[in-house]
Design a binder for this molecule. Structure first.
Ligand code: GDP
Ligand code: MN
Length: 400
């Protein structure tokens, strides 16, 4: 689960990690009130920051430094409501519905700090780099030595000597060392306390008067830990998520939207992966990843169908099921029911194996509906790719 920068900074503040003074604003009026308060409190300027669940806002025009209240008003009215496009939002961008208004910081150096789980080592890794303010993925690709990493033994946690090692790698001054150790310790505490999967401070800055500040913060939580993080659950902002994915999560369906035109309905994540691969192999492109789960019932199949068909890009549906706990006849009944109830217009291709497969095939045949059934997974994939291509040809009128 992702949260906004202003929410992440609130959590940092609670754990004693220094962040700039600031407040979130939902309207232009609120933004101006906050700006006024900060200026009256002695700020020499304010930063107007778009709050969306994506990075790269600075380059996209979503972060502006204002020196006067007039400038703050200009920037706030420009950014609030804009469709902000960054390298992480996709070409259609994300609408800005909130702003974070903060006092400006007198930046001396822009650095990077991050904590991630290294799955290969089963340990958290704390990273530091002098190349802050840039895309860290680019730094990692071009100059991996510019990132210093320490791996944390879960039995003893993050140690002060490790924080000092990172502080030295960042080239911090001896006078900044104690504050840096405390700062990093605070980040580690946040990570553990919130069951995070990623915490990034980019940039982590030193100021002209030698202070340390988290100027930006990205914090992502482990969805599987939300059952014991009731307070954090409330930070979820559904407006930032894909509406179909939100709908699917209400039905406990594991759905992720992709940009192809062949919808997939599958039971099991491994089979979902294999299905996406074989669609690509047959020359097509998957519209989604949808796992109905091992124990899905008829209603769940119908829910899944309605989600798949709400995606306007879908030109064909590929149902690839291995009947285990979910028996093939149950699935077939669900599919027939859904196709009738939802008045499905796109072709449906199935590949069925497992428990009660013969009964399942019979149900499809008896339904009087036009399903195509593949003999093998590859055969079915080829059929669905061909079906989607035929429809795309029709809908675009591309005959030559
Ligand atoms: P991102 O582009 O989404 O990662 O947003 P950031 O919060 O990292 O802001 C982008 C850039 O704006 C930072 O790397 C800074 O260079 C700049 N910036 C942000 N806040 C301030 C500030 O208070 N003062 C100044 N001078 N620049 C800032
Ligand atoms: Mn940033």
């Amino acid at each position: 689960m992702k949260i906004h920068e202003y929410q992440a900074k609130e959590i940092l503040r609670e754990h004693g990690v220094p962040v700039p003074q600031g407040e979130v604003a939902n309207t232009l009026e609120e933004a101006l009130e906050v700006a006024k308060r900060l200026m009256l409190g002695g700020a020499t300027g304010v930063v107007v920051k778009a709050q969306i669940h994506a990075g790269g806002r600075g380059k996209g025009g979503g972060v502006k430094v204002a020196r006067t209240l007039d400038e703050a008003e200009t920037y706030a009215s420009q950014i609030l409501g804009m469709q902000l496009v960054t390298h992480q939002t996709g070409p259609s961008g994300q609408r800005v519905q909130r702003l974070l208004i903060e006092e400006t910081a007198a930046i001396d150096r822009e650095l990077y700090l991050g904590i991630v789980l290294d799955r290969a080592q089963s340990r958290l890794v704390f990273m530091a780099s002098q190349a802050g303010g840039m895309e860290i993925e680019e730094v990692a690709a071009k100059d991996p030595d510019a990132i210093r990493k320490v791996s944390i033994d879960p039995a003893v946690g993050f140690q002060p000597y490790q924080a000092r090692e990172l502080a030295f790698a960042l080239g911090l001054k001896p006078t900044q060392l104690a504050a840096a150790v405390k700062f990093m310790r605070g980040l580690y505490d946040v990570f553990v306390a919130t069951d995070a999967t990623l915490l990034e401070i980019n940039p982590f800055i030193t100021t002209k008067d030698d202070k340390l500040l988290a100027l930006d913060c990205k914090l992502t939580f482990d969805d599987n830990a939300m059952f014991r993080q009731k307070g954090l659950k409330e930070l979820r902002d559904l407006a930032e998520e894909d509406p179909l994915e939100v709908e699917a999560s209400k039905f406990a369906l594991n759905y992720i939207k992709l940009d192809g035109n062949i919808a997939c309905m599958v039971n099991g994540a491994g089979l979902a992966m294999a299905t996406m691969d074989i669609i690509q192999y047959a020359g097509g492109s998957p519209a989604n990843f949808l796992d109905v789960g091992g124990g899905a019932n008829q209603q769940q199949i119908e829910n899944a169908f309605s989600i798949l068909l709400s995606d306007k890009n879908v030109q064909a549906v590929f149902i690839n099921i291995f009947g285990g706990i979910l028996r093939v006849d149950t699935l077939a009944q669900g599919v027939v029911q859904a196709a009738k109830n939802l008045d499905v217009q796109v072709p449906i291709v199935l590949r069925l194996e497992g428990t009660n497969v013969e009964e399942g095939r019979q149900i499809l045949k008896d339904s009087g509906l036009a399903f195509e059934v593949g003999d093998t997974m590859l055969d079915a994939a080829q059929k669905v790719v061909a079906a989607a291509a035929r429809r795309t040809g029709i809908s675009t009128g591309a005959a030559h």
